[in-house]
Design a protein around this ligand. Sequence first.
Ligand code: ZN
Length: 575
Amino acid sequence: MLPNGKRNLHGGRHNHCITSPVYRQKVREMNTLLAKRYGSHPGVILWHLSNEYGGACCCDLCRAKFRDLLRERYHNDIKELNHAWWTSFWSHTYNSFEQIDPPMDQGEHSVLGLVLDWRRFTTANTADFIRNEIEPLQEYAPSLPVTTNFMWLFGGLDYNQISKEIDVISWDAYPRWHNEQPVYEVASETAFNHAMMRAFKRGQPFMLMESTPSQVNWMPFNKLKRPGIHQLACLQAVASGSDTVLYFQFRMGRGSFEQFHGAVVNHTGRDDTRVFREVSQVGEMLKDLSQVAGSIPAPRAAVIYDWDNRWAIEDMAGAAKEDKKYNETCIQHFRAMLRLGEDPDVISSTESFAGYDLIAAPMLYMLKPGVAQRLKEFVAGGGVLVTTWLTGYVDESTLAFLGGFPGDGLMELTGVEASELDTLYPGQSNKVLWSGREYRAAEFCELLTLRGAKAAGTYQEDFYAGQPAVTVHPYGKGMSVHIAARVEEGCLLDIYRDIFKERRMGGEPLPMGLEIHSRINEEKRYRFYLNFSEEGVTLPPIPVSCRDILSGKELAAGDAPELPGYGFMVTVEQR
Ligand code: ZN
């Protein structure tokens, strides 16, 4: 990676590569100077490392370091690497680690294990560089926590790994408001990202590091935030567990790349603009909500989202050449639960499942060591697991599990064997009959053989009409639900509604656009009602008597107040 985030994939030596000892030393010296000068300054409460890490480098230093990582990963045994990467296929067998080059622009891309391990190396090398940045700070400003700003579902680094290097999670949220999607859809995608950020460090608030008060300058179309959406978006970050709302940028610069990026103060320098007024309203609102700081969301559900899994699916040569929609599918499961009043965490498969009642693991194609066993223990102990097509096909090296999918013993838990995977052409569809209702299924339809599970939904068309599409399998004290096709969102909503009803989670589907989030501390629960619709909505009955923090009004259990379009309410109750 280059410090400016540009890619250097053509090889050659680069003095500004993060692997370069010269560059690393310069960074240490700079951070030593800064830490000595500002480390004990009372105005400095947090240390922001480099900005928005990303990019990969293939210079000879990086290539050598990549080979070192491979030697370590494969116990200095080239045979072990050849097996993991299945290099005998197409005669790719390596005779020594020295022969291995990264998947450069003109390099090798068909060895899937090589591509995946390169992505892992890029994360590991960035983490190593971060530690190099932090060390002088720890020496001269040991009490200062450090952070760096993450980005929207960024594909270049495994943020689960990077998050372990820093003390506080922060991220830059630039949703594409008012694009061709409905506003509520953009809102729930944003909520998914917030839920991922907060779950990197469970039990700890995160920070909204960057947001724009109006528009950005770098998207294909830079639309203005419509009146009201800014306040609502800021509140959504807080509702999801952020303790800050920060801006990029305060004042528009006169020149260069981001001169037209939204700012609190524009080129007029005045405070009587629409944007400045809306920013002031947010400031007033945050003052009123100061008691929320330090409280945390405590969701009962989680969606598994894994970078290794994402990369393996992206690189997989099968199912479909086009986008296999991993991100989209994870967000759809999240959105279905959000509509039902649950606000799931988004966690990696290697994080603890403790404290959750339901885990959704959409398209968990790769099962890392121990994950299948931990999922079994989770369900045996009373949890609910929801899986989908493309579950448990490969191990951490992307080698297919032998003996049927899902592999690594997960078939015993799901009670189904995924015998075949049908990929439909755009525009084609099948139907799934579930609980007396018919839903559209498209893109991916997995054909199942029951291995103990009960068919709860069936395909209605094609040669697999009548065969299971949704299955349920009781296991220990819990239950495993498998959804074999890419069904429409209404189907996910109804499936989760039935599971939730049985588990006493969530509630009836909320009006379209309404989100409910909550944060708790030892004494209090804060509920956030956010209306991401232009139309007014009636809230579901208030569960217990509480106070509307922003208006000061007392509310009784059973009250059902109205919210105007883009309206919101935050209540506080005793726990
Ligand atoms: Zn390099």
